[in-house]
Design a protein around this ligand. Structure first.
Ligand SMILES: [Ca+2]
Length: 306
């Protein structure tokens, strides 16, 4: 709860910083993206996508957090989704081709959890290249890009000729075409034969010692075993933005403040979450406002199957 409150507080701060600049910058960004779209078609590999035949499945869970209820039937059309989260190296090509300015760069800071003060901080200069701020090392190219807002992720996807997955597509993929009822995308156990299956937070609180899974922060994409459908990082490492506005499922009457700027995030991350294991399950769900960028949130892309 503490962390959620801090995230919300952070979101408010980010929103209050946005003011009128947002519209101006958005227009500028849209212009950049459309001008450079032709470049993208040739320079971005589409080789690392996994195809899923469309179908219907029961989305959600009766065993998870209240917002995962109720299970309900959903139909998805055939689609492809990135095998890996978008990497720092891939995002760099987008920035270099389009001169796109991320929301974090526009604000001049981004959300990092300060482990010394045990609080979220808007760190000046933190961005996709410097996930822990300018006084810390640059991110390596094969790591998932972070400090990208939903706006940034959507702009990248458009440039790449792709789009963000819907929340239903993300879960359908995590459940291997809707067929798996395992808690996690890789199975039911977090640790198999003494090895962690994902980069997640160890322990019950923020003070817990980290590193048993090999990583205190993000990990290079694909560092952990693939799911049976060939996807990686579908739980832990970084949250994945989805296309949808966050809302309760049909039939869920939990009091809820609708906010069209609150977008779905899926998959959990390396960082502590109040929902623990449920944050990186196949059905776990959360949200952030679309201008929010954090050190533990990235994305992957999808596209319609031709
Ligand atoms: Ca870890």
């Amino acid at each position: 709860m503490v962390v959620r409150s801090l995230i919300l507080a952070l979101t408010v701060i980010l929103l209050s910083c946005s003011s009128n600049q947002a519209d101006k910058s958005k227009a500028q960004k849209d212009s950049n993206v459309s001008e450079e779209k032709d470049v993208a078609a040739e320079s971005v590999s589409k080789g690392s996508m996994i195809y899923f035949e469309g179908g219907s499945f029961m989305m959600g869970s009766e065993k998870g957090t209240p917002q995962e209820k109720p299970t309900h039937q959903v139909n998805v059309k055939s689609f492809k989704i990135d095998k890996y989260p978008v990497t720092v190296g891939e995002f760099r090509r987008f920035i270099e081709a389009t001169k796109y300015q991320t929301d974090a760069d526009r604000f001049g800071d981004s959300g990092v959890f300060d482990f010394n003060t045990s609080g979220w901080a808007l760190v000046p200069g933190a961005n996709w290249q410097y996930p822990m701020g300018r006084n810390a090392p640059k991110a390596e190219d094969n790591y998932p890009v972070t400090h990208v807002s939903w706006n940034d992720a959507t702009a990248y996807a458009a440039w790449a000729g792709k789009r963000l997955p819907t929340e239903a597509e993300w879960e359908y993929a995590a459940r291997c075409g809707g067929k798996s009822n395992s808690k996690f995308s890789w199975g039911n156990e977090l640790v198999k034969n003494g090895k962690y299956m994902a980069n997640v937070w160890q322990g019950e609180d923020l003070k817990a010692q980290q590193g048993a899974d090999g990583f205190a922060l993000t990990s290079a994409v694909g560092s952990f075993p693939e799911t049976s459908c060939g996807l990686t990082d579908m739980g832990g490492n970084v949250w994945n933005w989805c296309a949808d506005i966050y809302t309760m499922y049909p039939g869920n009457n939990t009091p809820f403040q609708h906010n069209p700027e609150a977008k779905v995030i899926r998959g959990g991350s390396f960082f502590f979450d109040q929902n623990g294991e449920n944050s990186y399950s196949t059905t776990g769900r959360a949200s952030n406002t679309q201008e929010t960028s954090l050190f533990n949130t990235g994305f992957r892309c999808a596209e319609d199957a031709k």
